[in-house]
Design a protein around this ligand. Sequence first.
Ligand SMILES: Nc1ncnc2c1ncn2[C@@H]1O[C@H](COP(=O)(O)OP(=O)(O)O)[C@@H](O)[C@H]1O
Ligand SMILES: [Mg+2]
Length: 256
Amino acid sequence: MSAPLLEISGLCAGYGSATDAVVQIDLKIGRGEAVGLLGANGAGKSTLLKVLGGLLPSRAGELRLDGKALPKERPSSRMRRGVVLLPEGHRVIGTLTVEENLRLAAISRWPRGTRAHLQSVLPEVYEVFPVLAERRRQLAGFLSGGEQQMVSLGRALVAKPRLLLLDEPSLGLAPVVIDRVYEAMERLRQTDLSILVVEQNARRLEDFCDRVHVLQLGRIVASMERGHMDHAALRAAYFGDQPSTAPAGDAASDRE
Ligand SMILES: Nc1ncnc2c1ncn2[C@@H]1O[C@H](COP(=O)(O)OP(=O)(O)O)[C@@H](O)[C@H]1O
Ligand SMILES: [Mg+2]
């Protein structure tokens, strides 16, 4: 791998007086790489993303961006460093138009030079997601779930991220709509940003990612590189190394 954009070492985090929800995480993301994090409900996926996005302080460990230690800080300062989190279930502001949603994302990112930035970034977003250009004047609340997810990805793109953190972007969407969302994410990849995507769906991550890590009870229990991904092994790790007791069919890990 080239010099990593983000390097996580020994990261622990949790809530209140409870034990750590993520434990001793070591992980690297290179420039332009897509890395997946697979895990069941409660495995600690969202917790890890919250720490990376600056929403939750870590208890131990280190984050390095471009080789420099990232201080504990708030989401807005992470965003200025190019780390943008799209939280789970995050969609759009339904009473605003598509373009207003995109403009709002720019205002929170560049409170001063917003206008200049929008002039350059909006055409880029519309080029990546032509459907948003077609729907720019429609109220976002009337769009389909998949289109709303597209607006949400567009909003993230307005912030010009270097590292995009996506928490279950396919959650609650029909398989055919998920195809669209992943096509959109594929286009995002071609803009050379790095992506860390969390899913409960092994197949989607296998197809999309350069590397997939399986998270179980807060720990990484298996890691696989593109070209060496073994679907059965991924599922076994997801279910806790007991492939014979995994439900028949592709239940949880391929849930859509
Ligand atoms: N806000 C919270 N307060 C207390 N505990 C939480 C909170 N959010 C998550 N947890 C706990 O942390 C663990 C990891 O949760 P989470 O990171 O949300 O898992 P995942 O995203 O993989 O489903 C779970 O045991 C969950 O109950
Ligand atoms: Mg979650």
